[in-house]
Design a protein. Structure first.
Length: 338
């Protein structure tokens, strides 16, 4: 124990000369019952807290065990004058906190403790919680654009949410819909792979209509797609990594991955190519740079098509996806290439 504490102090003291002066009062928000390693999560957040406090940062931990708890805690942190909120969890925790931070001067940081940590992977925040906390002490808040998705909720009302990683319609949203939270905590990332296979084997991949204008042209274009993914990050980490080349948090557009096929074989061949970093794009699976996209069900279709953002199932079609410029202060490590 003494050796562990000494290491934490050493990490913090070694970085004090490079501490981000904007990070003075910090709220660490986490869900104690989510994620595959929830039993160890409390100790992990305490490790990160110790590094921050040893560096002279005023920090406190806020537990969130309800669906809206992270958002409520974020709003309270803003009212209390915090300059930084650290999302201690996965992309779902980031997504909940993001909703209250857009348009404020408060910075968002990430300590990856979730099942899926795409944003953290994109920022190069890999390692133990104390190591990540030490890295964040040297990070600088950067104003970046974020995505916004307008959709229809379960009551049929129009709603919008911000997103930072990606938003999707089709098979990926169906995958997220089928994920069982209890099994997710038990099996972690492996459950994603199992459910992905089930979706591939059983989904009819129904078509819907997507309308957009590609950057550099003024002519709107409509395609029939069975899967659409609007990507904002360079790397998803894990087995996907660089799924949509050219995507970056800093740009004001979307990298749009459009599957214009219902062929299971074509889906499988593309995903296998992604695994081996050899994927390419063609007429059936196209990569486009767009400012926004609108999606609606085909005329006469009665199939409900789900919508997800940052891995969270939100609702269904119709959908409009766009980018909000200069919307969020994000803590970006000095050596990151997001």
């Amino acid at each position: 124990m003494m050796e562990t504490n000494a290491r934490k102090a050493s990490l913090a003291l070694g970085s004090m000369s490079q501490v981000n002066l904007a990070m003075q009062r910090v709220a660490l928000i986490y869900n104690p019952v989510s994620g595959q390693y929830s039993a160890r999560r409390g100790a992990a957040v305490q490790d990160a807290l110790a590094v921050l406090c040893a560096a002279g940062v005023s920090a406190e931990i806020l537990e969130s065990s309800t669906p809206g708890g992270a958002t409520a805690h974020t709003e309270e942190a803003i009212r209390q004058g915090c300059d930084t909120v650290l999302a201690c969890g996965g992309d779902g925790t980031v997504h909940a906190i993001l909703q209250s931070l857009v348009g404020t001067p408060v910075a968002l940081g990430v300590i990856p403790l979730g099942t899926a940590n795409a944003l953290a992977a994109d920022l190069g925040l890999i390692g133990s919680p104390e190591r990540v906390a030490e890295t964040l002490l040297r990070a600088v808040p950067s104003l970046i654009p974020v995505g916004r998705i307008h959709f229809q909720d379960d009551a049929g009302s129009p709603v919008s949410r911000y997103f930072i990683v990606a938003a999707g319609i089709g098979a990926d949203a169906q995958l997220m819909y089928r994920m069982d939270a209890r099994l997710k905590r038990r099996f972690g990332y492996a459950l994603y792979l199992v459910e992905a296979f089930r979706v591939w084997a059983t989904s009819p991949f129904p078509f819907f209509e997507a309308t957009f204008t590609t950057n550099g042209t003024g002519a709107p274009r409509m395609v029939e797609a069975s899967q659409l993914l609007a990507v904002r990050v360079r790397s998803f980490g894990g087995v996907l990594r660089e799924l949509a080349p050219g995507a970056t948090l800093r740009t004001g557009g979307l990298q749009l991955l459009a599957f214009k096929t219902r062929s299971r074989y074509r889906f499988l061949r593309f995903l296998l190519a992604v695994l081996f970093r050899r994927h390419t794009f063609s007429g059936e699976i196209e990569l486009l740079e767009v400012a926004s996209v609108e999606c609606r069900a085909q005329k006469g279709s009665t199939t409900r098509l789900f919508v997800e953002a940052d891995g969270e199932v939100l609702g269904s079609l119709p959908v409009r996806i766009e980018v909000v410029p200069q919307a969020l202060n994000l803590l970006i490590p000095p050596d990151a290439q997001p």
